[in-house]
Design a protein around this ligand. Structure first.
Ligand code: ADP
Ligand code: TRP
Length: 323
């Protein structure tokens, strides 16, 4: 049985791109009984860029509520909040002392962020070491991440290797990264990749009225209603294809090609599809956000289980280090 672990950023309410591209596939992977899986919300990492306590708290809840609402099975997956495991920050100190300064200084993500952000703090610099502890503290075998995290995973392996070499003993387990080769890219309402940073998202977790308005903003061309249209170049159709059945997609294609079918019609169908397909998760999300103690209960249960795995690893390391 492989132990799979991954972390998710607490950057706000997940959008349709996050759901189709990351959350649903991860839930499917976690449901495979061959795996033991740990999934956590990296809300200590959030502090490197967000300093408002209320925003950190709300984002963490929103991310947790989305995963729970979309069907994460918390019996099978150990689901927790990074900040509920303070031991990870203790371990970060130990690993810091084995991490070469130039390795962090040359990290792509640090160089990129320190060029862009005005707040270049030591936490931002040390981000990869905290991330390494997130992984190494649980003896993880496999870490599924996006390609942008490749270097962070290499650093994790290097840091573990350096500790093991220094201590002359296999103290920390070196994990493998796993990259999904056929990740889908969900287009946003302007046709570019859907992303919070581009402000082109579709947010399922809002009222029907707002969701409809959100869908109506999808950018289309000016072909008049009565003219035939090319579905394959249309942003509405591209998104519809990702959420509708083959039959429904074939019908919409015919409608586009026949003419007399406007983009407004297509948007209305897409809106209804999203509303109906996600009706349960949307209701459940709202329920959880109105009853945050239920989210807390789930996350605390997960933290307890995570600590049972993590603490012995930390003790092992402390002992080997002479403490
Ligand atoms: P954003 O670009 O909105 O800031 P993140 O970088 O926080 O999103 O991504 C969180 C997860 O969601 C990652 O696993 C990422 O690959 C996935 N993801 C984000 N946007 C999309 C998209 N448009 N299509 C598919 N997957 C996406
Ligand atoms: N840095 C990761 C990201 O930006 C989030 C993360 C933090 C993570 N700790 C982790 C991912 C540990 C995998 C394992 O997406």
């Amino acid at each position: 049985m492989a132990r799979i672990l991954t972390g998710i950023q607490a950057t706000g309410v997940p959008h349709l791109g996050n759901i189709l591209g990351a959350i649903e596939p991860a839930i499917n992977l976690a449901n495979d009984p061959k795996n033991e899986s740990l999934l956590f919300i990296a809300n200590l990492h959030t502090l490197t860029s967000i300093k408002e306590p209320e925003v950190i708290r709300e984002n963490t809840y929103a991310v947790a509520a989305a995963w729970l609402a979309l069907g994460l099975n918390t019996e099978r997956t150990i689901f927790y909040r990074q900040s509920d495991i303070p031991e990870v920050t203790e371990m970060t100190w130990y690993l810091n002392c084995f991490t070469p300064f130039p390795m962090l200084a040359n990290a792509h993500s640090f160089k990129d962020k320190s060029d862009r952000l005005s707040d270049v703090n030591a936490g931002l610099f040390d981000y990869p070491v905290l991330m390494a502890c997130d992984i190494l503290m649980y003896d993880a075998d496999i870490v599924p991440v996006g390609k942008d995290q490749k270097q962070h995973l290499e650093m994790t392996r290097d840091i573990a290797g350096s500790i093991n070499h220094n201590l002359g003993k296999e103290t920390l387990k070196q994990p493998e990264a796993s990259f999904d080769e056929n990740v889908m890219i969900v287009p946003g309402i302007d046709g570019e990749k859907m992303s919070k940073s581009y402000g082109n998202t579709i947010n399922l977790f809002q009222t029907d009225k707002k969701l409809r308005k959100n869908v109506m903003k999808i950018v289309t061309d000016t072909t008049p209603l009565e003219k035939p249209k090319n579905p394959d170049t249309c942003n509405v159709f591209k998104i519809y294809k990702l959420v509708a059945s083959d039959e429904e997609v074939a019908t919409m294609r015919k409608n586009y090609e026949a003419g007399g079918y406007g983009y407004g019609h297509a948007k209305q169908e897409l809106y209804e599809k999203l509303r109906d397909r996600y009706s349960e998760p949307r209701e459940r999300f709202q329920h959880l956000m109105d009853n945050k103690h239920e989210i807390d209960q789930e996350l605390e249960k997960g933290a307890k289980r995570a600590r049972e795995i993590g603490r012995p690893v930390l003790s092992r390391l402390r002992k080997e280090l002479g403490y």
